[in-house]
Design a protein around this ligand. Structure first.
Ligand code: NDP
Ligand code: 8X3
Length: 252
């Protein structure tokens, strides 16, 4: 029987690439996100290209009731979740903290921190009861360092870093693995979302150097989830070769 992986934020970027990568490697996948048409497209792609079983759940991770209702709605055989990939997340804006948009702050905190907690809180008891499980949290270099104007996005990713460490402690008795994946710059919809459709700004983010691709991160996640039972990748910091830290990028 295939292992089951639930991937949040599978409609784009890292989540989509990871869902496809895991499906190609014989994991059955539960894909989630808000854009139902994109979930359907991915479902069809996975069916076309792989032998994996796939199910989609369409909900906003910020809504605790929707999170709980959707997990409860899974058929019993799909509830035996082996792997939870907490990927859904976003940055909004790149402004000094004194002029930041408070609504943007709330959306980032509600999605990146509270949403991750809602779904983890729902799934951790399932993993504890079954005596196995692996949680992979998408953190970021922004969870290790703070960069100019990154303020609240960086704060949410520092929170993900802390929550990951807390999970590893509290789930230690139950043999559940917890992994943090911390990428640098990955070319996805991330900057389009951050700059709210300002293509000039979002395109500039990835110009004059070679950024990571979603596929690179998916490959790293696959490596982490395929490790033997006694081995846990605690924390993986993955940068483009041109990126030295969150502020220094060798742009040609
Ligand atoms: P994308 O914008 O390409 O994808 C983000 C995904 O998150 C989408 O599938 C989106 O789905 C989902 N999402 C956002 N808000 C919600 C919500 N409220 N409810 C449910 N799903 C939601 O970005 P990336 O693939 O780059 O980002 C994935 C993760 O990786 C994020 O946590 C990000 O912080 C992190 N990361 C990204 C880096 C980068 O440089 N790109 C680097 C380091 C970390 P939908 O809109 O359909 O709901
Ligand atoms: C995304 C990477 O450096 O744009 O988490 O914050 S960065």
């Amino acid at each position: 029987m295939n292992k089951i992986a639930l991937i949040t934020g599978a409609t784009a970027g890292i989540g989509k690439a990871t869902a496809l990568k895991l499906a190609k490697n014989n994991y059955d996948v539960i894909i989630t996100g808000r854009r139902k048409n994109l979930l359907n497209d991915l479902k069809n792609l996975i069916k076309e290209r792989t032998k994996a079983n796939v199910i989609s759940l369409n909900f906003d991770i910020r809504n605790k009731d929707e999170v709980e209702k959707n997990i409860d709605s899974l058929p019993e055989n799909w509830k035996k979740i082996d792997i939870l990939i907490n990927n859904a997340g976003l940055a909004l804006g790149l402004n000094p903290i004194y002029s930041g948009d408070v609504d943007d702050w709330e959306t980032m905190i509600d999605t990146n921190v509270k949403g991750l907690l809602y779904i983890s809180r729902k799934i951790m008891p399932i993993m504890i009861a079954q005596g196995y499980g692996h949680i992979v949290n998408l953190c970021s270099i922004a969870g290790k360092e703070v960069y100019p104007n990154g303020n609240i996005y960086c704060a949410t990713k520092h929170a993900v870093d802390a929550i990951t460490k807390a999970m590893r402690i509290d789930l230690n008795d139950f043999g559940i693995k917890v992994t943090s994946i911390s990428p640098g710059m990955v070319e996805t919809e991330f900057s389009k979302v951050r700059f709210k459709g300002n293509n000039e700004k979002s395109d500039a983010a990835y110009q004059n150097f070679i950024p990571l691709q979603a596929e690179d991160i998916a490959e790293s996640i696959l490596f982490a989830v395929k490790c033997p039972k006694h081995m846990n990748i605690a924390d993986m910091l993955i940068l483009p070769t041109a990126q030295a830290n969150s502020s220094i990028i060798n742009k040609k």
